[in-house]
Design a protein around this ligand. Structure first.
Ligand code: ZN
Length: 484
């Protein structure tokens, strides 16, 4: 029988009683469930099969990668690994197809971001990507942005840009509401959408593209003090997010650039491939983008004791206190307790969503194996059944049943378990592929599972440990796995 059909153990029992004498438990939990579907199709049945995933089933060599691969070695690790593992596929310069595994990881990241932003009162909205030139002319950024802005005209000749950021749009939206009360502030509006930037040199895969996902939040407050409190709350939410991902980001003082405003920080992930240069004090918490520090300065301006050491970083987040720069231009008022209109104090806060994915892969992976922050791995568990024709072949049904029972006994793992059904390949070959694709847990159903006291071999990628566990031990281990 083809492995595309999930085998119910009752059916299996008739053919291979020996393999399943230890597993009577599953009889009640899975009787008859997936057999209802046609054997020719596995649509909608569990488990997910590696042979059917839209992702190369073995990692590709750099030479096979087409246009980017032909240029020789790809120096950027995350770009190379993401291409090899079928996580992304190049289209135009600086643009990529995000393949299904990447979309799964990104959706998890967005759920985490939603938790943190909504945890500080953020409300999610979605603004048009087509932004009218008129709005950008009012803020003078239509000219200021120069060639970085993607510009286009509609059939009536009206000019637009594809939004790289939405200060103009959101402030105009707020101004159009007219009757905002001080009681509604602080107001924090955010979105997670595609952004566009005509980069002169798109490079490093998802680290510097021309089309990418960003989370951008805009805050409106009653006063400068209130805006500073909001600013701190967002910085703390960012710190929590990066801590949950296990990313050691540093918050550095930064230049406000063409966004404008009075106060700005970047969240930088130290990495060799990073394009930003940071100065970090060895003695205190001071850290800054070199752009903000007097050239040639090596002593710390904060503690006056430590020396500043240079490091490279990937900018994964940016925060700005804007004051009334945009509310003044677009007349974004709220009504105070005397019912007088007052300009709202604003902040804006960005996170590079697709850039965080690539940056995490950049810092966690080895040279030839993808590693994810645990919470973002596209799938948490990969189960390897024995090779077809091997002595333990009869355990194939047990492996399938295990996948199913993981999804039902540990609800958090529903949809997180894949079965590498390419049983024409040895376990060793598939184990190596699983290691390079970075599943946090790889379970081998091999010789030790055929013993009287069956043991499953579990490789934990994060710790590097290999454990031999009973079914109960395995369930205990995996019920601890955090998912989002
Ligand atoms: Zn210092």
């Amino acid at each position: 029988m083809e492995a595309v059909l999930w085998l119910c153990c009752r059916k299996l029992l008739a053919h291979q009683p020996r393999a399943l004498t230890q597993h009577t438990r599953c009889l009640s939990s899975c009787a008859g469930s997936a057999l209802k579907s046609s054997p020719a199709r596995s649509v909608g049945t569990s488990p997910l099969l590696v042979s059917r995933l839209f992702q190369p089933s073995t990692l590709r060599e750099v030479q096979e990668l087409g246009m980017e691969g032909r240029a020789g070695e790809i120096p950027c690790k995350s770009q190379r690994l993401m291409l090899q593992a079928g996580l992304i596929h190049p289209s135009n310069p600086g643009c990529y197809y995000y393949l299904p595994a990447t979309v799964r990881a990104m959706e998890k990241l967005v759920r985490l971001i939603d938790q943190e932003m909504q945890g500080i009162g953020g409300q999610k909205l979605d603004m048009p990507s087509l932004c009218a030139a008129e709005l950008w002319r009012r803020s003078e950024r239509w000219d200021l942005m120069g060639k970085e802005l993607f510009r286009l005209r509609d059939r009536h000749g009206a000019e637009y840009c594809l939004g790289p950021t939405h200060e103009e749009a959101v402030t105009e939206l707020l101004a159009s509401q007219g009757t905002l009360s001080y009681r509604q502030l602080p107001l924090l509006l955010y979105q997670v959408t595609r952004k566009f930037r005509d980069e002169p040199k798109p490079r490093f895969g998802l680290l510097r593209g021309r089309e990418f996902y960003m989370k951008d939040m805009y805050s409106f407050d009653t006063s400068e003090e209130a805006a500073h409190l909001t600013y701190q709350a967002v910085c703390q939410a960012y710190a929590r997010l990066f801590a949950r991902l296990g990313l050691r980001c540093v918050q550095v003082q930064a230049d406000t650039g063409n966004i404008g405003g009075k106060l700005s920080h970047e969240f930088q992930l130290p990495a060799e491939i990073g394009e930003d240069r940071l100065l970090i004090c060895g003695n205190c918490t001071f850290s800054a983008n070199v752009e903000t520090v007097e050239p040639g300065k090596t002593d710390c301006p904060q503690c006056h004791k430590g020396t500043l050491a240079e490091s490279k970083g990937i900018e994964v987040g940016h925060t700005f206190y804007l004051g009334t720069k945009y509310s003044h231009i677009f007349n974004a008022f709220y009504h105070n307790d005397q019912n007088k209109p007052v300009l709202a104090e604003m902040g804006c806060f960005g996170l590079g969503v697709t850039r965080i994915l690539a940056a995490a892969i950049e810092v966690f992976s080895t040279e030839d194996a993808v590693r994810w922050p645990g919470l973002l791995a596209p799938y948490q568990v990969c189960v390897l059944p024995p090779k077809k024709g091997s002595k333990t072949e009869e355990l194939a049904g047990l492996a399938e049943e295990l996948c199913h029972s993981l999804g039902t006994s540990v609800p958090r793992l529903k949809g997180e378990v894949v079965l590498d059904d390419r049983t024409q390949l040895t376990i060793g070959k598939r184990f190596k592929d699983a290691g390079r694709l970075g599943y946090p847990y790889v379970i081998v159903v091999g010789k030790s599972a055929a013993e009287e006291q069956p043991r499953f071999e579990v490789c934990c990628q994060q710790s590097g440990e290999t454990l031999f566990l009973s079914r109960e031990g395995l369930m205990d281990l995996l019920s601890e796995v955090e998912t989002v």
